[in-house]
Design a protein around this ligand. Structure first.
Ligand SMILES: *Cc1c(COP(=O)(O)O)cnc(C)c1O
Length: 378
């Protein structure tokens, strides 16, 4: 069987007419930067039951404002800039994430301070955060890895008590929730990525910041427009961080299906977990959490053998992530070494992600599960 890890062409085929209409509308409009599509997308993201204001259930749950940007990385960068993170500051985050989370901290001359993760959730361990806080700590970036939120109740308490900012990295977790409260509604800002493989993906790079803070939203708007609040008048150092009109038009179409797609991902995950739970460590799905499964990631002591077996069967897998950030060459100057974050290190040797996307055919997911089972029954 010829199985794809992710087949984006399937989704396009299912919505070709609507997407082609949207693309044609932009191309014919002559407005390629900003304009109605971008403004319309931001409004829809703000009010969408799955991501925005109306999805909340009480005070403090509002994401309020959506500011579109050119990528998830730029969403993180602009958020940290708007919160005033600068040279010499420290920002606490997970060592088990995509490089972008920590890269933006270093890019601003601040220092990434890593905190080990919980083995079951793959997310930052809130119990280990406080001991890492110093006078220089400005902010925490919890990452909602693979689509499961970090324990935001505990993290929020720590941040309040110690007067720290929170920027949620929700690049993999649009639409996820904890205790009925959506990702991006806990922190000062929440960052989304629309990279094609994310749960809401465009046809290139894109991202957004959600925030309930009007002033912060305003600052981020200025930062991603070359620090300009009036054309050719520049008040702060910013950069070119805008979302294209074409991408916004595509995202408006796709946003309408986001909640169904998450349900579909969850069905695939339920199926895998039912079949594999006695053979490998399947992803945690704790009570009160709504996991949106951007990735379905298992842990196995025999990961590399299993991976080779699956490859021989024609089942593609991915390792997210083979090297935790504290051991990456780029971060050697931070002075971390092997043994500093034992859980992240162990997980990077045991983790394996199986194909999961809304349009994954049931016959393929069955074959994937059969192939894992056959490895252990050998
Ligand atoms: C994808 C991703 C990013 C960066 O998003 P881009 O849109 O690719 O810049 C940041 N953090 C995490 C956890 C991601 O998965």
């Amino acid at each position: 069987m010829n199985i794809a890890f992710l087949d984006l062409k399937k989704q396009y085929a299912l919505m070709k007419d609507e997407i082609d209409d949207a693309v044609g509308r932009v191309v014919g409009s002559g407005v390629y930067i900003g304009g109605d599509e971008v403004a319309g997308f931001e409004k829809e993201l703000e009010s969408h039951a799955f991501t925005g204001r109306s999805g909340g259930s009480g005070p403090g749950t509002s994401a309020g404002y959506a500011v579109s940007v050119s990528s998830g990385t730029d969403a993180l960068l602009a958020s940290l800039m708007a919160l005033g993170v600068k040279e010499g500051d420290e920002v606490i985050t997970s060592p088990f994430t995509f490089i972008a989370t920590a890269e933006v901290i270093s890019f601003l001359g601040a220092r990434p301070v890593f905190v080990d993760i919980e083995r079951r959730s793959f997310n930052i361990d809130p119990g280990l955060i406080e001991e890492k806080i110093t006078e220089r700590t400005r902010c925490i970036i919890p990452v909602h890895l693979f689509g499961l939120m970090a324990d935001m109740e505990k993290i929020l308490k720590i941040a309040k008590r110690r007067e720290l900012g929170i920027v949620e990295d929700a690049a993999q977790a649009i639409g996820s929730s904890f205790g009925g409260r959506k990702a991006c509604t806990f922190g000062d800002a929440g960052c989304l990525s629309f990279f094609p493989s994310k749960n809401l993906g465009c046809f290139g790079d894109g991202g957004a910041v959600l925030t309930g803070n009007e002033e912060l939203a305003g600052k981020i708007r200025v930062i991603k427009e070359h620090g300009s609040d009036k054309r050719y008048h520049h008040s702060v150092v910013g950069f070119n961080g805008r979302l294209d009109a074409l991408q916004a038009a595509v995202l408006r179409v796709k946003l309408r299906s986001l909640d169904q797609w998450a349900e579909r991902r969850r069905e695939h995950a339920r199926y895998y977990s039912e079949r594999l739970k006695d053979l490998v460590s399947v992803p945690a799905q704790p009570d009160r959490y709504y996991h949106v499964f951007n990735q379905y990631s298992i842990l196995s002591d025999r990961r590399d053998e299993l991976c080779a077996h699956l490859k021989a069967k024609g089942v593609p897998t991915m390792i997210y992530y083979p090297v935790p950030l504290h051991l990456q060459k780029v971060f050697l100057p931070l002075g971390y070494r092997e043994g500093n974050f034992p859980v992240a290190e162990e997980v990077s040797e045991k983790v394996l992600s199986l194909p999961v996307y809304p349009e994954l055919p049931e016959a393929e997911r069955e074959f994937v599960a059969d192939s894992v089972v056959s490895f252990f029954k050998k």
